[in-house]
Design a protein around this ligand. Structure first.
Ligand code: ATP
Length: 267
């Protein structure tokens, strides 16, 4: 059995066509600025952010999600996102962080229930039922303690839990990290299906080839600045990707002027 049902996903008419616009986003840790005036757009569909280790990809998702302070504009469907994480969740944004952050001593079902903590119980049950329809293997495993599942299985639970909140925008931070190749394919397939079902997906991935094979668009982040963007199919063939993939720019002294010069639309 696959992790997902063969029919298209149906997250209960989750969302529609959410559009994220980020303008001049700066964020970091204390005095250490990681992102310096990043601007980009996430259109409906599946967008992937690529880049070498330490480029600031996780920081970017954390800043959008309100987990760290930020400067600049973050607009979801034209409206400024609040800066408090619980308000952001209510506003329709969900983040599946690296490391999944499940509660290991709780069952799969209890973890899913936490994904619906902001909605009334009856509604929450209906949403969980919907998610269990879309992820039939999780229905089989609903009483299993999350901590006893494999890494890939836990990642499925984390994605399913995020979908219980019926986000308009789902952000995934390296969902395939540490997983076996078959599980990577399943995870990326799920991201694609979620996007096809109407939830806009923004995904950070190290698995460059596979991520670009399922994504609609991609961005390359280096040293806290975006240096390339374009349709996934074209990015996959670009030299910029090879540089980012090999981490070439992380060992030199790319200045922001240099980064700006190199910023280009691969089209
Ligand atoms: P990776 O692919 O390795 O996860 P990344 O592109 O996601 O990398 P970030 O995790 O965003 O990169 O890190 C960007 C920079 O911010 C790095 O130099 C990192 O050391 C630093 N950093 C990350 N988290 C913190 C923190 N909590 N406190 C201080 N510095 C941090």
């Amino acid at each position: 059995m696959m992790w997902w049902r063969s029919e298209p996903f149906d997250f209960g008419g989750a969302a529609g066509q959410a559009h994220l616009k980020v303008r001049g986003l700066s964020a970091g840790y204390g005095p250490f600025l990681v992102l310096r005036g990043v601007s980009f757009e996430v259109k409906p569909g599946l967008t992937v952010i690529l880049g070498p280790n330490g480029a600031g990809k996780t920081t970017l998702l954390r800043a959008i999600n309100g987990l760290i302070p930020r400067q600049g504009e973050v607009l979801l469907d034209g409206e400024e996102l609040p800066e408090k994480t619980h308000e952001i969740v209510r506003d329709g944004l969900a983040l599946v962080a690296e490391g999944r952050q499940l509660f290991p001593q709780m069952s799969v079902l209890e973890n899913l229930e936490l994904g619906g903590w902001l909605v009334p119980k009856a509604e929450r049950q209906a949403r969980i039922e919907q998610v269990l329809n879309d992820f039939p293997k999780l229905r089989e495993r609903q009483q299993q303690l999350a901590g006893t599942m494999s890494g890939g299985e836990q990642q499925m639970v984390a994605v399913a839990r995020a979908m219980v909140s019926r986000p308009r925008l789902l952000m995934l931070d390296e969902p395939s990290l540490g997983l076996a190749p078959r599980m990577v394919d399943e995870l990326l397939g799920i991201a694609r299906r979620i996007a096809d079902a109407g939830t806009t997906v923004l995904m950070v991935e190290q698995n460059v080839k596979k991520a670009l094979a399922v994504a609609d668009r991609g961005y390359v982040l280096e040293r806290g600045a975006l240096v390339a963007s374009g349709p996934a199919k074209l990015l996959a063939r670009s030299t910029v990707i090879r540089e980012a993939y090999l981490g070439a720019a992380s060992s030199d002294t790319t200045s922001s002027a240099e980064a700006a010069r190199r910023t280009r639309e691969v089209a």
